[in-house]
Design a protein around this ligand. Structure first.
Ligand SMILES: [Zn+2]
Length: 97
């Protein structure tokens, strides 16, 4: 499982570029703010929009066909790369972002 769907309507994934931090995307239309739509496939997810995060790490990534496609505007070795999404395991994670 690459995507963890929470009961309150977030889709979470582990970001290797942010040192294993969990990023979350709002998939609940009942919550104001940015809303993502996706194919609802937790093993091979595709989301309609990319994600940009400024804190604590600069992150800019698209989720397509079960992979993370990092943009070239991020810092670190993942810039411009496409990698498999890690298996979701909250036990190994730190904070949520
Ligand atoms: Zn990240």
């Amino acid at each position: 499982m690459k995507i963890n769907v929470t009961v309150d309507g977030f889709a979470e994934f582990v970001c290797p570029s942010c040192f294993g931090l969990i990023h979350e995307l709002n998939i609940s239309p009942y919550r104001p703010g940015p809303l993502w739509t996706w194919n609802r496939d937790v093993e091979c997810p595709t989301f309609n929009e990319g994600l940009i995060i400024k804190n604590p790490y600069q992150c800019h990534v698209f989720i397509e066909d079960g992979k993370l496609r990092y943009c070239t505007d991020i810092l670190g070795s993942f810039a411009g790369r496409t990698v498999d999404i890690p298996e979701f395991d909250r036990a190994n994670q730190g904070q949520t972002a």
